[in-house]
Design a protein around this ligand. Structure first.
Ligand SMILES: C[C@@](CO)(OP(=O)(O)O)[C@H](O)COP(=O)(O)OP(=O)(O)OC[C@H]1O[C@@H](n2ccc(N)nc2=O)[C@H](O)[C@@H]1O
Ligand SMILES: Nc1ncnc2c1ncn2[C@@H]1O[C@H](COP(=O)(O)OP(=O)(O)O)[C@@H](O)[C@H]1O
Length: 285
């Protein structure tokens, strides 16, 4: 095929999430932890560019330094979808990373979900959302949420979803500049694993917390320092297994004002809430 006959690249967003709270409520027999959490979509995103190939190959054109192409969640998502749907088409992939890796913002999982949703359309698979969520769970516990595509009360290890309406506004998000390894937090002896169950109806956010936060703050004082700086302006907590911390503000002006006071050495950004994944319509219900 000559270059002029190649299909065009198409760009698709992969938004981040914040865990507005994260309770650990038990443990499965295989050691995986059972959670209750509200996952909130925000409008900062990676961009995934895709171009369909007729030869069945899945090719990542710009691997992330330190992540071999075969391990990249975008490549793994495309190959798993090919296998599960019995599809003979392939895809060229380019990933423009904006979301810090290992920040608790779900970047890798969102990249994978965007590949599943976009290829569902580009490969004309027409798989139902529930089927794509099942496939996504094989890639990571956060992937089903992004395929679900709406802010949700999430249970199990990340596969049970109840849609929730969350307050609209702006978050200030700080990256403390450390990498918190998720397995180290889940494996810690002092991790609280028996927080009482709550109901998704009428959540009192002030009465919630992130069970992983005290462990992350003990292991990485930088996380505690970032949270405590932010807490001068608004209630602040950690997302997921860290390292990012966030605070909610009602307006962009307010979040910009907090960011303007951020010490030079600390990385931070603002992001607005979104109610629905931009590729929500790419799977049928
Ligand atoms: C806690 C969350 C909340 O969103 O953290 P973030 O990754 O977003 O920070 C996720 O559920 C993280 O799930 P996931 O992203 O799949 O975790 P991984 O890094 O793949 O898991 C690493 C290890 O943590 C343990 N693990 C993970 C998920 C879980 N519900 N229970 C566990 O015990 C397992 O030992 C697993 O092998
Ligand atoms: N496309 C990808 N983007 C980010 N991380 C990826 C990707 N593919 C594989 N990974 C791996 O997944 C790990 C978790 O990344 P990420 O999802 O950004 O963090 P978190 O789960 O804390 O939000 C990374 O450290 C990296 O090794």
């Amino acid at each position: 095929m000559s270059n002029s006959r190649l299909p065009a690249w198409q760009a698709f967003p992969a938004p981040a999430k914040l865990n507005l709270f994260l309770h650990i409520v038990g443990r499965r027999t295989d050691g995986y932890h059972l959670l209750q959490s509200v996952f909130q979509l925000i409008d900062i995103a990676d961009t995934i560019e895709l171009r369909v190939r007729a030869d069945g190959e899945v090719v990542l054109h710009n691997p992330i330094p330190g992540v071999p192409a075969d391990s990249d969640l975008t490549v793994r998502a495309a190959r798993l979808l090919q296998a599960e749907a019995g599809c003979g088409l392939g895809v060229d992939i380019r990933v423009e990373k904006r979301l810090p890796m290992g920040g608790g913002l779900g970047g890798g999982s969102s990249d994978a979900a965007t590949v599943l949703l976009a290829l569902n359309r580009l490969w004309h698979l027409d798989l139902a959302r529930t089927r794509l969520m099942e496939i996504g769970l094989k890639l990571g516990a956060d992937v089903p949420f992004f395929v679900f595509g709406r802010n949700a009360f999430v249970e199990g290890i990340g596969e049970i979803m109840t849609p929730v309406t969350t307050p609209e506004g702006w978050f200030v998000v700080l990256h403390p500049g450390v990498h918190v390894p998720t397995p180290a937090i889940f494996g810690a002896a002092d991790l609280v694993r028996d927080t009482p169950l709550i109901s998704p109806d009428g959540i009192d956010y002030a009465a919630t917390h992130n069970d992983m936060e005290p462990v992350a703050c003990r292991l990485f004082p930088e996380v505690a320092a970032a949270r405590d700086w932010l807490a001068q302006f608004a209630p602040a907590r950690m997302t997921g297994s860290g390292a990012c911390v966030f605070a909610f503000t009602a307006s962009q002006t307010e979040s910009a004002c907090v960011l303007s006071r951020l010490p030079d050495a600390t990385a931070g950004f603002q992001a607005a809430t979104i109610a629905q994944h931009p590729l929500y319509g790419f799977a049928s219900d």
